[in-house]
Design a protein around this ligand. Structure first.
Ligand SMILES: [Zn+2]
Length: 282
């Protein structure tokens, strides 16, 4: 008997962000970054352990505990100020990657593939603990590492480009499945149609999502930071970060996917309701 395809959320830190980062109004990012006086409640930073008969996939690696203790973790100057104004993080001992894996009855050794939605620090923060794994990151997102100042795109290259971590660029291939018509392309992790990476750019240049299709349970779309609240995404509300038009286009594609795949659960990386959304479709 084949084991069921399971998705388990790992809480890899917590973050609080500005209201515009959740429900955008079209306000320019630098304006709200420096004028906002309020924070959201503390929100989880989720990674997901996806267990498939051919291997275990970790989707997003979470926030690094070093980011809390190391005074030099963030850039200095104006860019560093933007980072500090936009988000605050905390990572308890229980929220380290190894502790969360242990709590899930797993270990780093069990992970075969690490797929990263995008290279922001709270998604790529723990790559150094996963050396030697197969890393999947979209080619467009990896191109940010070659830019002169990746930190201007929210990417802390020195914590991502580390010894022992080799990224395989994901190049999406044409997919004529009518259910995926809005996307038209995908990357099939195990070549069996159950774990499909989809291009969902906008929040960052190369953001991607993971569509999980399995027998006997509703499909799930892990969307990273495409939205912080799937109920807002369904209404076409996107954050005031990233490229607004591209984000809106991606939102429309996800709505179309929701219509094509009845019961689809859209699961965001910082949505406190993730455990209940996953429980409802398992
Ligand atoms: Zn992000």
């Amino acid at each position: 008997m084949t084991p069921p395809l399971t998705i388990r959320p790992l809480t890899l830190g917590e973050v609080r962000i500005r209201p515009n980062n959740i429900a955008g109004t079209g306000t320019p990012m630098l304006w709200w970054t420096f004028t906002s006086r309020t924070w959201s409640p503390w929100l989880p930073v989720f990674g997901f352990l996806v267990e498939h008969e051919r291997g275990t996939v970790l989707f997003d690696t979470g926030q690094s505990a070093a980011s809390i203790d190391d005074p030099d973790y963030y850039p200095g100057g104006l860019v560093g100020l933007v980072f500090r104004r936009q988000a605050e993080f905390r990572v308890s001992v229980e929220q380290s990657l190894s502790a969360q894996l242990t709590a899930a009855g797993a270990s780093v050794d069990d992970i075969d593939v690490v797929a990263i939605s995008h290279l922001h620090q709270d998604h790529a923060g723990n790559v150094a603990e996963l050396t030697g794994k197969k890393f999947l990151v979209s080619a467009d997102e990896l191109a940010l590492l070659d830019e002169k100042a990746p930190e201007m795109h929210g990417v802390l290259a020195e914590h991502v480009k580390v010894d022992g971590v080799e990224f395989s660029p994901v190049v999406f291939e044409p997919n004529d499945d009518p259910a995926l018509a809005a996307f038209g392309a995908s990357f099939d992790i195990f070549d069996d149609g159950t774990l499909l990476l989809l291009p969902t750019p906008g929040h960052s240049a190369g953001s991607m999502s993971l569509l999980v299709r399995r027998e006997g349970a509703a499909p799930v779309l892990l969307v990273g930071d495409v939205t912080y609240n799937p109920d807002l995404l369904a209404k076409g509300v996107v954050p005031d970060t990233g490229a607004r038009e591209v984000q809106l286009q991606t939102a429309r594609k996800i709505v179309a996917l929701t219509e094509a795949l009845p019961g689809l659960a859209v699961v965001a990386a910082h949505d406190p309701r993730v455990p209940e959304r996953l429980a409802a479709v398992s």
